[in-house]
Design a protein around this ligand. Structure first.
Ligand SMILES: Cc1ncc(COP(=O)(O)O)c(C=O)c1O
Length: 428
């Protein structure tokens, strides 16, 4: 398919009035969709392997239950001014959400996005510990507002012109594909950060993505996460697990951190949590305390339409936990199997990695140099798009393979065939 006049016209109008964001990969102009498919405004049909930036984990446009809950709520009341007045649905949802966390997690702050959930986590950690510094990781992405942006260190364009962010110190994130010895990462925190840069007594929190998302779908070794937990606990430093992208069943577990046998002190969630509507949540333990009234609030947190969607989605997840876990495992194994075969067959496929259905495929110029194949990745994304498959990039030259967990096996296979054909063509 080729971009037609309708598509080009919308993109032209967009460029005139919409503040530039990140849309640079291919000209997809969404119209409607459900389940495994989405259509553009010219009627072209696509299989979705992007979950629309990790949101449609249960299928494009949520599922029937989510849409029904939204429609019903719209006719009742949309905005309850939840931080000033009381309302039952956000309480019911938060009670339910807390059942997905280890014992002791008893408080939820509701917001509208991942970045906002992380802003709250920064404030909570500082308030609970009465300390200032935060440690985050190179390659990480925690959002683009001024607090979370200090933590983010994925691409220079995201930070350029906006600093300084002088309360955050970055450490290397263990990347088993590109590092010979990932134990240097914990050593770096111990030997350099805590011994030379910031006294442990002044560090409020370590923020970490259990799997780095935007930075390239990098899965750290289990021992690293466990050592990090030990180190933070030893110094009374709060461990914040940013589950915005990796959480909510993508790895086959509700919390991605559970894959490492680690419990954090604060969790942040967004993206898939709302099934397609904007919602963020910061979840923390009762024992740490609470904010004083007026210290942190917002206008739209607890918005009833978003919460209705999140509540219906969570009901679905709880009811179908076993089958979602099974699907994430089986379909994730199928994707990994196909990608491993591609890695064998094509020089350009450097690494495939992931847990469950959060999978990344890193393209390189050659397996020996591991030089990122940036232009080739664009070619692959473009070719997939032209052949009816939506994919998104991450990192320097990685492709996210994140279809909805509920995707039909036939559509999954078809999508993988399109991806393989595109990789084969880019290899020539
Ligand atoms: C791990 C992680 N944290 C935070 C964010 C920011 O979320 P939002 O775009 O909803 O502000 C993202 C977004 O991609 C993310 O992947």
């Amino acid at each position: 398919m080729k971009p037609d006049r309708k598509i080009n016209g919308i993109i032209e109008r967009d460029r005139k009035v919409i503040s530039t964001t990140t849309r640079e990969h291919y000209p997809f102009v969404a119209s409607h969709g459900s389940g495994d498919f989405v259509y553009d405004v010219s009627g072209n049909k696509f299989i979705d392997f992007s979950t629309f930036i990790g949101v449609y984990t249960l299928g494009v446009n949520g599922n029937e239950q989510i849409r029904k809950a939204v429609k019903e709520q719209v006719d009742k009341l949309m905005h309850p001014a939840f931080t000033d007045f009381y309302s039952e649905l956000p309480v019911t949802f938060s009670e339910k959400l807390l059942t997905m966390f280890p014992k002791g997690f008893g408080k939820v702050f509701l917001s509208n996005s991942g970045t906002e959930a992380n802003e709250d986590a920064i404030k909570l950690a500082r308030m609970f510990t009465k300390r200032q510094y935060m440690i985050a990781f190179y390659n990480s992405f925690h959002g683009r507002t001024m607090g979370s942006l200090g933590l983010t260190s994925s691409k220079i364009v995201q930070r350029e012109h906006f600093g300084p962010f002088n309360s955050v110190i970055h450490a290397p994130y263990p990347d088993p594909y590109r590092m010979q010895d990932t134990s240097v990462c914990i050593d770096h925190i111990k030997k350099y950060i805590l011994a030379k840069e910031a006294s442990p007594k002044e560090v409020a929190a370590v923020f970490i993505e259990p799997i780095q998302g935007e930075g390239g779908y990098i899965v750290p070794p289990k021992e690293f996460m466990q050592e990090l937990r030990e180190l933070t606990a030893d110094h009374g430093i709060m461990l914040v697990s940013d589950e915005v992208q990796a959480g909510y069943m993508k790895t086959g577990k509700f919390l991605a951190m559970d894959n490492f046998g680690v419990t954090a002190d604060i969790y942040t969630m967004a993206k898939a949590l709302g099934g397609g509507l904007p919602i963020g949540a910061t979840i923390y333990r009762h024992e740490h305390g609470d904010m004083p009234a007026g210290s942190h609030a917002n206008t739209f947190g607890g918005n009833l339409v978003s919460v209705a969607a999140a509540n219906a989605s969570l009901d679905y997840v709880k009811k179908n936990m076993a089958s979602l876990q099974r699907m994430a495992k089986q379909k994730g194994a199928y994707i990994m199997g196909r990608l491993e075969e591609m890695k064998e067959a094509y020089e350009i496929v450097g690494d495939v990695r992931g847990i469950g259905m959060m999978i990344g495929l890193e393209l390189v110029k050659s397996k020996s140099t591991k030089e990122p194949a940036v232009a080739e990745r664009s070619k692959v994304l473009e070719a997939c798009f032209r052949n009816g498959l939506l994919l998104l990039p991450c990192g320097a030259s990685t492709i996210r393979v994140i279809p909805p967990i509920t995707i039909d096996q036939k559509n999954l296979e078809k999508g993988m065939d399109v991806l393989e054909a595109a990789i084969k063509a880019a290899t020539k």
